[in-house]
Ligand binder design. Structure first.
Ligand SMILES: *Cc1c(COP(=O)(O)O)cnc(C)c1O
Length: 406
């Protein structure tokens, strides 16, 4: 709850997996005076942020920027390349995959939603919500689609509701091995700039991303990275689109301008954030998230609580889902921690609401931010009466001491 009538001292700990903590440098850049979006300087800003984004997406092709949340960029991706009634293959990896599938339904598409069957014996949680995409399951469905009814395969790269990533290169191979012409569309809203991502190398046709996760910006702008094939398909796709249409945006972006008023001040912030990320280099940025994730997982394991992602090969570097014991309301623990320690943790979403909470380790964090976070969580778990096997805080301190940043 926003404490409008009181100001707690010190910084609030925003350890949810998006919006992530925004660096002061970025906030200061956003506070600069708004300029004429058709004036002479604007084009330079536009060209710089687009070229910086291309480096982060690892693409040579156009990246469209929308003044919208990530959900808008999901819609943009679907309406630019699909036609009414088209079948799309989507994979249930968690809450965000489910929301995207619901959007496809509302847009008049026919999403086929495949998932891993069953519930997990230890926790009672759905198996599909503890794993990434099973590329073999995708391959099998595509091989059976001999008439090529499926127009696109849509997957989530970093499922923010569970903390499981998916192997996008393996999904690409599944499409290629089946010699299937479907487009590959990937939501990397929370993966970009925190988890390894390669738009061109992995043969992705449309990548959807957003500002408020790994890019360390406030919410409000989102992206579509395109492939030449996606641009070609968009010329004949028939879903209605106007605001989201790529053609005019891509055309005007050649000189760094937009067909409408872009989010000027958020673009200042994007410029600053790209400067920070690219000056450090993407590899160290990715390594930093892996290191934080390993320390947080070490803490959860020391507590003796299950991690939401059940497959160590696809643990997310961006967030860790913590499963609470049966009968213990994860949201009550989150609320207690927020009240007592001014620390925000991510709530369980959809099918796993109340059964788990999420610790975000992305954005403007460092080792001690995460130590403070883990202290807050450990105190909260104890206050809520959860029996812990050991101290996660001690385990994380040991991890950080033994693994200095490269
Ligand atoms: C945050 C997020 C979204 C939704 O983005 P909004 O900005 O809330 O519209 C979609 N997918 C994933 C994987 C996300 O993490």
């Amino acid at each position: 709850m926003l404490k409008l009538d009181q100001h707690p001292s010190g910084r609030h700990f925003l350890q949810i997996p998006g919006p992530s903590p925004v660096p002061d440098r970025v906030l200061r850049a956003i506070s600069l005076p708004t300029i004429d979006h058709r004036g002479p300087e604007f084009g330079q800003l536009g060209l710089k942020v687009i070229s910086g984004l291309q480096q982060v997406f690892r693409t040579r092709h156009p990246v469209a920027i929308y003044p919208a949340s990530g959900t808008g960029a999901w819609e943009a991706a679907l309406v630019n390349v699909l036609s009414p009634g088209d079948t799309v293959l989507m994979v249930e990896t968690g809450h965000f995959a489910t929301l995207w599938q619901k959007m496809a339904l509302r847009l008049g598409l026919k999403p086929e939603f495949i998932s891993l069957p069953g519930t997990c014996a230890e926790t009672g949680l759905p198996v599909a919500w503890r794993h990434g995409v099973n590329a073999e399951q995708v391959a099998e469905r595509l091989r059976a689609d001999t008439g090529h009814q499926i127009r696109a395969v849509c997957v989530v790269h970093n499922e923010t509701s569970t903390g499981a990533t998916s192997d996008i290169a393996a999904v690409r191979r599944a499409i290629d091995d089946a010699k299937h012409p479907a487009l590959l569309m990937v939501d990397s809203i929370s993966g970009l700039a925190s988890a390894d991502y390669r738009h061109d190398d992995w043969g992705v046709d449309v990548t959807i991303s957003g500002s408020q996760k790994g890019l360390m910006l406030p919410p409000g702008i989102s992206f579509n990275a395109l492939s030449p094939k996606a641009l070609e398909v968009s010329k004949t796709a028939k879903l209605p689109r106007a605001f989201w249409a790529w053609d005019e945006i891509v055309e005007m972006n050649r000189t760094g301008y937009w067909p409408y008023t872009p989010s000027t001040n958020l673009l200042y912030g994007l410029h600053e954030a790209l400067d920070m990320l690219l000056a450090q280099g993407l590899e160290p940025v990715l390594a930093r998230h892996q290191r934080w994730a390993a320390a947080v997982r070490g803490a959860v394991q020391a507590w003796g609580l299950p991690i939401q992602c059940a497959d160590p090969a696809v643990y997310s570097p961006v967030l860790t889902g913590v499963v609470t014991p049966l009968g213990v309301d994860a949201d009550a623990i989150r609320q207690l921690i927020h009240q007592r320690f001014d620390l925000s943790l991510g709530t369980g979403l959809g099918k796993i609401k109340g059964r788990m909470f999420r610790i975000g380790h992305l954005g403007d964090c460092n080792d001690l931010t995460l130590m403070a976070t883990l202290s807050g969580v450990e105190m909260g778990l104890k206050l809520a009466g959860v029996k812990l096997a050991g101290s996660g805080v001690m385990a994380a301190m040991e991890h950080f001491s033994a693994h200095p940043a490269a």
